[in-house]
Design a protein around this ligand. Structure first.
Ligand code: BES
Ligand code: MN
Ligand code: ZN
Length: 523
């Protein structure tokens, strides 16, 4: 498993005496009180900054304010320390207003840690002294800081043939200041965050890889090699095996490309697992490039469709983390991979395709290819036997229209959808439950087959819901399932923010891992 670029440790020595390149403190913004000329200072030092403040003789807040610090969330202001403390640089990261009577929310800390580690690129070693609660919330806060720091330090290697002199190297090592660096719980959180951030980095790398380098056979080989190294059981179905197995949906989408499709299955079984243990299946959409096929997409922005395998990347990366974290539940990942291309051999609107579970689908738009490959993979997961099925995909532009670039749409059995929402909230990957209405299913009745791939009149109303309603046809009744549409959140085309760098975000790797922990603990 690839490690994050940044390495992480704990320290409990006085931050003013740490021999690092930069010490980070938190600052809150203060909402001014009405009265004579507004607030005395707009800035408030967060807890953790005490010894640094003392070394500055009470002038730290003033100096930071002079340099423009307001404490706004994500803001970073750097100050040369000129011998006041051991480290040559202090960086103040904004945490927004101080919550009354509580420590900042984990996501506030996660984003702040990410933002400041990004801003400190060029520093070799950094120590973070952020406000951590001293109660039962401490492990979650530490986990958030650790994840944020590692994810903010992520950088994709890229393809430039010359080194870029103006690009500063990502921070090499981050030490998080805690009351007791030998504390077993704190050490376990650091270890877990390192594995989890490694998984997110891996999925970001796959998403950011150019699509000519990651066609289905290459993607399958890369996933299989990493999974074997991690000790997972690997099965790869090539085009001949897919034909023999009756995977009509994967083959239909894949037939337009010279690079044939694949279905990769990765299995993890905990040592001593009971025969009747609760089983989890993960399914991820692996369209290595989505041109739309014959129903071709417009040229503008089409390059972002290299990210249409983000679901598969997230599932593969989550499986690699599972192999290291060793949860007490068996977990199996399914990755259907195909390249959706227009060509003389491509599938076409009007085609009828027999899926792995025997259902016949009338194709109306070759750009709705994700549900074709996922239907097969989900039916296969059910045929293998599972109690929970979590599927994730960059499935519909409708998700982006409805919920935007940050919040995923979740459809499926209501209890599991609610658990996905809760897990997403805990890790900073928000997801919102969406319905599977009967009238949307009615609109997908086909004249000739069991179901239309999209609304029979190509009506885009309830676009995201059509995806969920279609996928439900490939899940057996006894299975609790959730479809997580991450078309928006899986890829970040804007400027870096918080712990999100440009390109693949790794969503929803951390939600999947959180849910696996939840299922392992609570069934
Ligand atoms: N991969 C796309 C969905 C997508 C859109 C992901 C934007 C990320 C950003 C998917 O295969 C697709 O093309 N969906 C169509 C479905 C339609 C043809 C029924 C869409 O959303 O327009
Ligand atoms: Mn498409
Ligand atoms: Zn697609």
């Amino acid at each position: 498993m690839t490690s994050p670029i940044t390495t992480l440790s704990l320290v409990d020595t006085d931050p003013a005496e740490l021999a690092v390149d930069a010490v980070v403190i938190g600052v809150h913004s203060q909402t001014g009180e009405e009265g004579d000329g507004g607030p005395a200072s707009a800035l408030l030092l967060a807890s953790g900054a005490e010894s640094i403040a003392a070394a500055f003789d009470g002038k730290l807040t003033e100096t930071l304010a002079l340099l423009g610090a307001t404490g706004g969330a994500g803001e970073v202001v750097k100050l040369a320390t000129l011998g006041t403390i051991t480290a040559p640089l202090v960086a103040a990261v904004g945490l927004g207003p101080e919550p009354t009577g509580a420590a900042p929310a984990p996501e506030t800390l996660r984003r702040a840690a990410g933002a400041v580690v990004r801003a400190l690129a060029g520093s070799g070693s950094v120590a973070l002294t952020l406000p951590l609660p001293d109660d039962g919330d401490a492990p979650a806060a530490l986990r958030a800081v650790a994840e944020g720091a590692l994810l903010g330090g992520y950088r994709f290697a890229g393809y430039k043939t010359r080194p870029q002199p103006t690009r500063r190297a990502p921070v090499a090592s981050v030490a998080v200041h805690v009351p007791d660096a030998a504390d077993a719980t704190a050490r376990a959180e650091i270890a877990r965050a390192t594995v989890v951030a490694g998984a997110v980095a891996r999925s970001r790398d796959w998403v950011n890889t150019a699509p000519n380098e990651l066609r289905p056979p290459a993607f399958a080989d890369a996933v299989a090699a990493a999974a074997r190294d991690a000790g997972l059981t690997v099965e790869v179905l090539d085009e001949a095996a897919l034909a023999a197995g009756g995977y009509g949906g994967i083959l239909a989408v894949g037939q337009g490309s010279e690079a044939p499709p694949r279905l990769v299955k990765l299995s993890y079984t905990p040592a001593g697992a009971a025969a009747d243990a609760t089983r989890v299946a993960l399914v991820g959409k692996g369209i290595t490039f989505d041109t739309g096929g014959v129903s071709i997409k417009p040229a503008q922005g089409m390059w972002e469709m290299k990210s249409d395998m983000a679901g598969a990347a997230a599932v593969a990366a989550a499986m690699l983390a599972v192999a290291e974290l060793k949860p007490a539940v068996p977990v199996t990942g399914y990755l259907p991979m195909a390249e959706n291309m227009p060509s003389g051999s491509a599938y076409r609107p009007g085609d009828v395709v027999t899926m792995f579970n025997g259902k016949r689908v009338e194709v109306l738009n070759t750009d709705a290819e994700g549900r074709m490959v996922l239907g097969d993979a989900m039916a296969r997961a059910c045929a293998d036997g599972t109690d929970y099925l979590l599927e994730t995909s960059t499935l519909t532009g409708g998700q982006v229209v409805a919920l935007g670039k940050r919040i995923a749409g979740v459809m499926g059995t209501p209890e599991l959808c609610e658990r996905v929402r809760t897990a997403g909230d805990a890790v900073g990957e928000p997801a919102w439950p969406m319905p599977l209405p009967d009238d949307v299913r009615k609109g997908m009745e086909s004249e000739v087959a069991d179901i239309s791939q999209v609304n029979a009149g190509m009506d885009r109303a309830g676009h995201m819901l059509q995806g969920g309603v279609f996928l439900r046809e490939f899940v057996t009744d006894e299975v609790a399932w959730a479809h997580i549409d991450v078309a928006g959140p899986a890829y970040h085309s804007g400027e870096p923010t918080g712990y999100w760098t440009k390109g693949g975000t790794g969503v929803p790797v951390r939600t999947l891992l959180e849910l696996i922990d939840d299922i392992a603990a609570n069934g």
